[in-house]
Ligand binder design. Structure first.
Ligand SMILES: CC(C)(COP(=O)(O)OP(=O)(O)OC[C@H]1O[C@@H](n2cnc3c(N)ncnc32)[C@H](O)[C@@H]1OP(=O)(O)O)[C@@H](O)C(=O)NCCC(=O)NCCS
Length: 156
């Protein structure tokens, strides 16, 4: 069995030390142009959370991130990613949970996102937190003409 992970999630608001670790997680997770969650901080409406942790015997390191845009009463989740070697150990879940808690505290009415139709792990993750499919954007992803599912969660 895998060693237990201790994970804490923090919202980052300025340059952090683990920029390269975060960029590596993004490279492993997404095809296409390189994406650094830290670069997103230049947009005033971007919200970025980083999960850091490790097994009790390890030094703390970045394990995942979630990037969203917060505009008035909507939170648009752009990306969530977990380092490949620690997937399926609850990190994506704690990131989504943290973003939803932020949304509730901030008076957000609607949390929305797009996800590739074939991305079963991400779709299951969002469904676990009450997101439902609200539409389809045909051939939304230019690299392979894949459809995007639009998912949303309406908050009270
Ligand atoms: C999607 C992703 C972020 C999930 O992260 P994770 O840390 O592995 O997720 P968790 O361990 O917290 O899983 C939470 C839930 O998501 C679902 N899930 C996650 N991975 C899954 C998989 N491979 N198959 C089916 N369901 C999965 C399950 O419901 C899981 O709950 P459970 O373990 O109790 O069954 C991760 O697979 C990833 O980084 N993928 C590449 C990047 C990506 O596609 N991001 C989404 C862009 S929209």
């Amino acid at each position: 069995m895998s060693e237990r992970l201790q994970v804490s999630v923090t919202r980052i608001e300025r340059e952090v030390e683990d920029v390269e670790e975060l960029a590596a997680i993004a490279r492993a997770a997404f095809a296409g142009p390189s994406f650094s969650p830290v670069d997103e901080l230049e947009r005033p409406w971007a919200r970025v959370w980083v999960a850091r942790g490790g097994a009790p015997s390890e030094a703390l390191r970045a394990l995942g991130f979630l990037v969203a845009w917060h505009v008035v009463d909507e939170l648009h989740v752009l990306n969530v990613a977990t380092a490949p070697e620690v997937r399926r150990r609850g990190i994506g879940a704690v990131l989504v949970e943290t973003a939803l808690a932020f949304a509730v505290e901030s008076g957000v009415r609607l949390v929305l996102l797009e996800v590739r139709r074939s991305n079963e792990p991400a779709i299951r993750l969002y469904e676990k937190f009450g997101f439902v499919v609200s539409g389809v954007r045909e051939k939304y992803y230019a690299d392979n003409d894949e459809d995007a599912l639009e998912m949303q969660r309406i908050l009270a």
